[in-house]
Write a new protein. Structure first.
Length: 234
């Protein structure tokens, strides 16, 4: 099975990649199109030059690898993708042969976490409209990070059931520190998950969003609520 996990930034996506890697039967790939996105868009992300230099930045090559055989002799291939990385003209036909999963999070939480790592926050940077477009095109399973944090075992059991995979408790724990599959951007973005050995506890009240970021929240919230209506529950 090939699993394309679509998620905006600051959205439990790395923890989910670690959970699937911990199964032992899944090869994982961390944001394959990030280098191509940075090269094409010129976006001033942290470590942009290093990312482009260290990672494949030809979208056609990346798409071919996504469409190719499962690597490392594993049974399954879990690909962590960011919707906003898929710029116009980037190949997407490979995703039609994947089981597509759409990981969502309340935009107030996304914005607060993203702003702590990068001063500028735009709707396009956090990927809500792009994710909704991908969901309309590809379909698939929707899962909310709030529910995962609240009931990790139950939600991962439900997700595995929806995907046709057997659940294993190994998905709930991983070694502290990074993984060899991490992109080089990990040193900027992955501090919290590198300090973890499993999913953190349930999230508290929604954070206060700065007035400067209110237009982004107002635009993202209806998209989130529409997708959340289709989200898995236990």
């Amino acid at each position: 099975m090939k699993i394309a996990m679509w998620s905006g930034p600051r959205n439990l996506s790395t923890a989910m990649m670690y959970a699937f890697a911990a199964r032992g039967d899944c090869a994982v790939w961390d944001e394959p199109f990030y280098g191509a996105y940075l090269r094409e868009s010129g976006s001033g992300h942290p470590l942009a030059g290093e990312i482009i230099a260290a990672h494949e930045s030809d979208p056609a090559v990346i798409g071919a690898r996504c469409a190719g055989p499962v690597p490392d002799g594993k049974a399954h291939f879990y690909m962590k993708h960011m919707p906003h990385h898929m710029l116009p003209g980037f190949p997407l036909d490979w995703a039609e042969d994947c089981v597509n999963v759409h990981l969502i999070r309340h935009p107030a939480r996304v914005i607060a976490s993203y702003a702590a790592k990068r001063e500028a926050v735009t709707l396009e940077d956090i990927g809500f409209p792009q994710q909704a477009a991908l969901y309309r095109r590809l379909g698939g399973v929707v899962i909310d990070s709030f529910n995962i944090r609240q009931t990790p075992r139950g939600m991962l059991e439900a997700l595995c059931g929806a995907l046709g995979l057997s659940f294993t408790g190994a998905m709930l724990r991983w070694p502290r520190g990074g993984r060899p599959e991490d992109g080089i951007w990990a040193r900027h973005w992955y501090g919290a998950v590198h300090d973890s050995t499993g999913f953190a506890g349930a999230e508290g009240p929604l954070p206060v969003v700065l007035e400067a970021h209110r237009p982004v929240l107002d635009a993202a919230l209806p998209i989130y609520e529409q997708m959340r209506a289709d989200a898995l529950t236990v």
